[in-house]
Design a protein around this ligand. Sequence first.
Ligand SMILES: Cc1cc2nc3c(=O)[nH]c(=O)nc-3n(C[C@H](O)[C@H](O)[C@H](O)COP(=O)(O)O)c2cc1C
Length: 170
Amino acid sequence: MDAIIYNSKTGFTKQYADLLSKKLSLSQYDLKKAKSALSKGSEVIFLSRIKKGKVDEFKKAAGRYELSCVVGVGMSIEGEEVAKGFKEQTGIDEPFFYLQGGFDFNRLKGMDRFVMKQFRDAMVPRYEAATDLDEAQMNMLKMFRDGGNCVSIDRLSPVIEWYRNRENVC
Ligand SMILES: Cc1cc2nc3c(=O)[nH]c(=O)nc-3n(C[C@H](O)[C@H](O)[C@H](O)COP(=O)(O)O)c2cc1C
């Protein structure tokens, strides 16, 4: 494995990349700056935020590097079905992990901010008025209303385990 590459706009995916980099003793690079440091075809673990149901910049990363595994980071709660949805919608064949990151409206800029403001303003009153929200909806309401950071080393356990099995190290 050559390195970890990440794509992060508000910092949650970068936090996971930092943790993983330390844990696996691998260098990490921002996708935008990796070109000068890593040659085409390098074998990497790719971490990126989820945007509109897909792993953002997956095609760009897959076009330049050999992705041995992909980690999507979103604001939705974790679950097999959620992960399967992101994997299929993005068109990922590589091993895929979905991790809950967080949401910080104040760090959003430009079109991201515009889109999420519209989404938040439409959803929050509707969810606040409802009395039968499930766990996923309650999480969304909380994220949109208060923001949140769910990044933890524990959430990375499946990725770390996958890596150790693959590299045959403990
Ligand atoms: C335009 C936009 C679309 C998003 N779409 C989704 C989504 O479909 N599912 C999800 O779980 N999170 C979605 N998010 C939330 C981000 O994936 C989440 O905040 C993530 O932790 C951001 O990672 P970052 O801090 O590394 O940029 C979206 C965020 C933005 C700005």
